[in-house]
Each structure stands twice: as structure tokens, then as C-alpha cells.
Design a protein around this ligand. Structure first.
Ligand code: FAD
Length: 454
């Protein structure tokens, strides 16, 4: 324990980290009547849900599509706790760019049959594999340890292979060799109970046949900072305190027969509280608290983060005219190109276009090399872009604190320490990004209710 004085105030709840999951937790808990302190190590709140100015452009911390906005977890939290809600713009189509073509992403089997980017022979083989998988599921087979690479027919073309590898990185932050096939049949239903909902497999097939695409994906006007701003504006008066530039270094516990949270320490202060909601990296927890069961700590240390590089380009010409984004399957590295100024022209100076090009980075990388390679990939794909660059800005960020991968572990909202909960993208194995963070917050609230601390 550090030797500093205890801060006079006692808090019902201390939230560690002011990213979207910490802020959503603080909002919900304060609206439920709790006195909350948020401690954030950075000088700004928002974590990887922020926007800021670069020259005359407003960039986000990585390009974002906010998913499941019709009835998903963020919608549920917004309906219940937000006083002000962001203004969302439809995200539009996802286009696939490969083999010198640009085609809308095939969301349904009907679209898949005419998706020419992939050879017809491969499409038929893949459909056969898909139905075979549903059959195995309906027979009660557990596919949780089966990877995408395991179920791809060996005779498919390299473009088809790259397409699935791209989707594995895009949806799980990992290559198709360690991407569990079960993630691709995760359905969209959002239920209140603790477990992901499961509908009969016939229902899943039906969903595939009739899916209309990403109709509930949206982008917040003003940039993703507007989600963070709406949460901050919705905090009830005098019930939430935020301290930035305060990194939590220790979690304090009492020595009764059950290890129970009693406060937290930062370099500057000690704070006492009844409950801690931790939203930093779960893999850091073993360094912050003593007395964690060995198995639990070992599991947390095996979580693999997802690393990303985004190159934001301000362009003097409108290269991206479609309302939507592009998935570049042929480029090395794979690229997700999102022209955010198409959703909100106010993000770029008049007549210019702002585009975020996001890539997934390996576990270890040389930042200078990674930047050069990604920029080359953009220019190789659309050579004309090079002479129209007005602004360039690089971001190396962690979009997901845990890859959803067969060879790494995952955290959980519930911990072995009484009154300690974790939230964020390494605490809940559902969906991705902000939606996943929101799922973790809802589950945290449900567990707190069931444990009668809320
Ligand atoms: C390139 C890119 C593209 C993305 N695309 C999408 C998308 O399309 N759709 C989508 O939904 N999401 C997307 N995301 C992901 C989404 O932004 C994140 O998953 C989400 O914002 C994570 O929120 P979080 O609260 O879990 O974590 P974070 O934002 O990482 O917040 C954690 C906070 O805790 C603080 N902290 C950590 N340890 C301590 C400590 N010891 N003491 C005090 N403070 C601490 C950190 O400083 C940070 O502020 C994308 C992200 C990137 C980078």
C-alpha cells in the first residue's frame, strides 16, 4: 500500500478508466443512485472513443461503425440512462474491393450466389460447408474449438481464402487459423438474460437467407466523441466525480475471510469505496491486486490484445463517392477504408474528404515500418490518391482488449474478489468494440443486482 493520506470522501463505487465502458458504467450506476468516482490515467476521458482536431479535420480514434443500434446493448443503455443521445447517420453499405472490382458485401445467401468477386465454384463449395456446419450443430456437435481455416474446403482460390481471413481479422481481430467458426453464426438477438441468446439453427439459416445487411449500423454525427459527450452530459449533478491524470496502481482489499474490495490507490491518493468497476486491461489486474487465485491470474495474463494502425488522410478530391465503407481484401495489410466526412461533411474542410484507413497489426511490430507498408498499400490500391493528400495522421491503438481467438483467453465481468467487477472489450465475449463494451456493462449491472449490491 502507498503511504499517502486517505482522501476524506468515501465513494459507493470507484470506476477505473474513463473509456466508453467505464463511462457507461458510471452513468448507469450514478443514475441508480450511487456516488461514483472515475479515475482515469490519461489527461482526457473517452479512451478509444474520442475525436480530435488535426489541421482542419476532425479525426476519430480509429474509424467506427456503431452496430446493433436498433435494439442492441448501446440502444438499451441509451434508452434507460441517457438524457442526451447522439444523432446517428446510417452507415450505408460495406463494399468489398478485390480482384479490381468493388461489390457490396453479400449479407444473405441470395447475394452470395451472385457475389462475383469470389469464383462461382468456391461459392458453391462454401455453401456446402455452411450447411454441413449447421447439420453438425443441429446434431449437438460443439464447434467452439473449430476454426474458419478448418472448415474451408482445400480447393478454394487464394482470393476466397483472403476474403475469409479478412473477415476473421475484421470480426474477431485474429487470423482465420485461430478464428472460431461459431462467431460467424452468432445471431443478432439481444436478450436481457445473462447468456447470449440461441435461436434454433433453422432460424439462423433463415436469418442468412433473408438478411438485409448492416441496416442497424450507424455513425454518430460530429464523430464518435459525440457518444462520449452525451454520456458526460447525462451524468446526474453531484453524483459523479472524474479525476484525470490519476493512474490506479493498487486495489485495496480487507483481510476478512472473504477477500473484499475496500479502496484503490493512485500515485497521489488513496480512496475508499464499497465497489470497484475496473475497465482497464484485465491482463493488468494481477499487477494491481494481491490474492487473486493463481488459475484466474494465469488466464488473464494469456489474453491477447488486438493492435491496430489507422492512417487518416485528408484528400483534396472525393475518391470515395459511395455512402458506405470499403473492405480491401487484396491489399497487404488488409484495409478497412471509411470516408467519415461522407457521414458528416463538417469533419473536413469544404470540398475535401476525410478517410480513415484501418489495419490490424501483428503482436510485435516496428511502427515506422508498419506505417510505411500501410501507406504504400493505400497508394498501390488507388495510385491517384498520392497527389491529393492534404493531411496525414497516424494512430496506433488497441481496438479490442481481447482478440476472440482459439489460442488466447478472455476475461469475465465477475471476478473472484468480492465487489470487484471488470467491464470492457476483454470482459464479454459477444460482438465487437463499443457494442461489446456495452454488453459488458449491462451484464455487470445484472450481476450487481443479483448480488444485491445494486
Ligand atoms: C481502429 C479502430 C477501429 C474501431 N472500429 C470500431 C467499430 O467500427 N465499431 C465499434 O463499435 N468499435 C470500434 N472500435 C473499438 C472501440 O472504440 C473500443 O472497443 C471501445 O471504445 C473500448 O472501450 P473500453 O472502455 O473497453 O476501453 P478503452 O477505451 O481502452 O478505455 C479504458 C480506459 O481505462 C484507462 N485505464 C487503463 N488502466 C488504468 C488504470 N490503471 N488507472 C486509470 N485508468 C486506466 C485507459 O487510459 C482508458 O482510458 C475501434 C477502435 C479502433 C482503434
Amino acid at each position: 500500500m502507498t503511504q499517502n493520506k486517505y482522501n476524506d470522501s468515501h465513494y459507493d463505487i470507484i470506476v477505473i478508466g474513463a473509456g466508453i465502458s467505464g463511462l457507461l458504467s458510471a452513468l448507469a450506476l450514478s443514475k441508480e443512485g450511487k456516488k461514483v468516482l472515475i479515475l482515469e490515467k490519461d489527461s482526457k476521458v473517452g479512451g478509444v472513443c474520442r475525436s480530435y482536431e488535426v489541421d482542419d479535420y476532425r479525426v476519430d480514434t480509429g474509424p467506427h461503425a456503431i452496430t446493433r443500434l436498433d435494439s442492441g446493448p448501446l440502444r438499451e443503455l441509451m434508452d434507460k440512462y441517457f438524457d442526451v443521445v447522439p444523432q446517428f447517420v446510417p452507415f450505408g453499405k460495406y463494399y468489398v474491393r478485390a480482384s479490381n472490382r468493388l461489390e457490396p458485401f453479400p449479407w444473405s445467401l441470395k447475394d452470395w450466389l451472385t457475389f462475383d468477386i469470389i469464383p462461382k465454384k468456391d461459392r458453391l463449395l462454401l455453401m456446402k460447408s455452411l450447411f454441413d456446419m449447421f447439420y453438425r450443430l443441429s446434431m449437438g456437435k460443439d464447434l467452439s474449438a473449430v476454426s474458419i481455416a478448418d472448415v474451408l474446403p482445400s480447393e478454394i482460390s487464394s482470393t476466397t481464402r483472403r476474403f475469409w481471413d479478412y473477415l476473421s481479422y475484421f470480426m474477431l481481430g485474429t487470423s482465420m487459423k485461430s478464428a472460431p467458426v461459431s462467431r460467424f453464426i452468432d445471431n443478432k438477438c439481444h436478450k436481457q438474460d445473462d447468456k447470449p441468446s440461441s435461436i434454433p439453427y433453422a432460424g439462423k439459416i433463415y436469418n442468412l437467407l433473408i438478411s438485409e445487411g448492416a441496416t442497424d449500423h450507424k455513425y454518430p454525427k460530429g464523430g464518435i466523441q459525440s457518444i462520449t459527450n452525451c454520456i458526460l452530459s447525462s451524468f446526474p449533478k453531484n453524483r459523479v466525480e472524474i479525476k484525470t491524470n490519476e493512474q490506479v496502481t493498487d486495489l485495496q482489499t480487507s483481510d476478512t475471510n472473504e477477500i473484499t474490495i475496500k479502496g484503490v490507490s493512485t500515485e497521489e491518493n488513496n480512496y475508499s469505496c464499497d465497489i470497484v468497476v475496473y475497465s482497464g486491461f484485465a491482463s493488468d489486474l494481477p499487477n494491481l491486486i494481491s490474492g487473486l487465485p493463481e488459475d484466474y491470474a494465469r488466464n488473464l495474463m494469456q489474453i491477447k490484445k488486438v493492435n491496430s494502425l489507422t492512417i487518416w488522410l485528408g484528400l483534396t478530391k472525393q475518391f470515395f463517392s459511395n455512402h458506405g465503407c470499403e473492405m480491401w481484401v487484396d491489399s497487404d495489410p488488409y484495409i478497412w477504408a471509411v470516408p467519415t466526412s461522407n457521414y458528416d461533411p463538417g469533419l473536413a474542410p469544404a470540398g475535401k474528404q476525410l478517410v480513415g484507413f484501418a489495419t490490424v497489426l501483428p503482436e510485435k511490430y516496428d511502427p515506422a515500418e508498419a506505417r510505411k507498408k500501410a501507406l504504400n498499400a493505400i497508394i498501390q490500391t488507388i495510385p491517384e490518391i498520392e497527389s491529393h493528400i492534404d493531411m496525414i495522421h497516424y494512430q496506433e491503438l488497441i481496438p479490442e482488449k481481447a482478440a476472440w481467438s482459439l489460442d488466447s483467453s478472455f476475461g469475465d465481468v465477475k471476478t473472484p474478489i468480492k465487489n470487484l467487477y471488470t467491464v470492457g472489450t476483454d470482459a464479454e465475449k459477444r460482438s465487437m468494440g463499443i457494442t461489446r463494451a456495452a454488453y459488458s456493462v449491462l451484464r455487470c449491472l445484472r450481476i450487481m443486482r443479483s448480488e444485491r449490491v445494486l
